[in-house]
Write a protein that binds this ligand. Sequence first.
Ligand code: PHE
Length: 354
Amino acid sequence: MKKTDITQLYQEISEQLSAAKDAQALEALRVRYLGRKDGEVTKLVKQLPQMSVEERRTMGPALNTLKRDAEALFSETLERLSGAKKKRAIDVTMPGKKIPVGHLHPLTRVEREIREIFLAMNFSVVEGPEVESEHYNFDALNIPKDHPARDMWDTFWLKTNSKEHQTKRAERLLLRTHTSPVQIRYMEQHKPPFQIIVPGRVFRYEATDASHEVNFYQVEGLMVGKDVSLANFKFVITEFFKRLFKKDIAIRLRPSYFPFVEPGLEVDVACVKCGGKGRLRDGGACTLCKESGWLEVMGAGMVHPHVFEAAGYNPRELQGFAFGLGLERIAMIKYNIPDIRLFYSGDLRFIKQF
Ligand code: PHE
């Protein structure tokens, strides 16, 4: 036996293995070369004891290497063959991976629902800037400087570098505290009759708690014409709540005060949880309306003549109603949400419920 025989045998095994098409052919080759009884490699190893000491010294290690290399080659080939098999076996009937789909924030949903309801009643949807001037947010709405009513809206005033802004007080900038300034902006640009709603973000410099946020959303309403009356308001708003809560729902108008309306009103709806009774069916106290049977949902009233004047209208020829509702408040009632801060928490456990 010569060393070249060993090299040749390895060569042969290697060629045979790369030609092997499947695991069965591979097993046959394994028996043929590495088989315990008659494997070619085994037979050579078995000849070792008959060799001279000299021969054994060179052939021994050479045969060991051959055996080890051949074994490695077999397991590599087995891996190749079974890997190829796995690749071929794509089960096209398996369901695909589900890609998680996002969905709308509860506030977006409620806002869109409100838009739809008013659009169906022939209202237009308009928007206005979040950074406002003192003029639109206050003065033009019959809230002059130093008027105590300004305390109703804790305001974020903006610092500005512009000389003009620092000197002309009327042009001081702020983050709008309500959507009412868009009433003025719209009337300056349009002739009545019209009816609009204004959804938008507003800001109040207040401490947050379960029912107050520093920023929140309002939907303003404004309808102006020759003879738009409080009766029209009552109809529109009753219809709105009926469509929003998908059932007949009693409303109540209470006298209130806002500088830009006269008379001013607060609108209540019958509590959606206890049906206006103040008590739940099991006799327990209704926590949603605090046993009053009513939920306060919006401020409203007949547009003040000063507001018409500020917008360039003649108050003797026109009248109209305005209202403002808090979007979060409506969503909290509709979905029984206990804390306004949840809307902005970014907590998926909350968001995913809608
Ligand atoms: N702008 C008022 C507020 O934010 C709400 C309101 C709007 C009241 C229109 C009357 C009329 O409190």
